[in-house]
Design a protein around this ligand. Sequence first.
Ligand SMILES: [Zn+2]
Length: 156
Amino acid sequence: MGLGDPILNLMVRISSENISWMVQYCLETSPNEACGLLLGVGESVKFVRGARSVAPSPYQFTMEPLDILAIDKEAEDLEVEIVGLFHSHTTSEAYPSETDVDACPDDRWVHFLVSLKSKPYRVRAFKIADRKITEIEISCDLEGVSIDDLSWTIQL
Ligand SMILES: [Zn+2]
């Protein structure tokens, strides 16, 4: 990966408060997969918003278009952009599935994956460009969150 790579920003900034909220939201939506959008600027996530799934399922998600519209409107009001999405895997690892790669809406987006498979819950971030999955580093204040290589774990 060259330093001048135009597509991949290999680090994303997010607060531990936002990570905690995301994991909590995923727990509340469990056993179905949770999903939502990340609002921010560049590689910095400022706000996390949950969205409903059109057809709630433990194995996949499809974001409710009305929720996407509402979040997009809110982003405009907050003068930020949609910079990515998150979703949960309730029984598998925090790694994008074939379905996630197929459904990737935007090569520039960051994907946060929350695995609720076992405690401590794991949070990882990826870029998916041209069907290629690249893990990216999560830069975060350390409160309540611990780092193990590139994977973040959280104890709730
Ligand atoms: Zn998935």
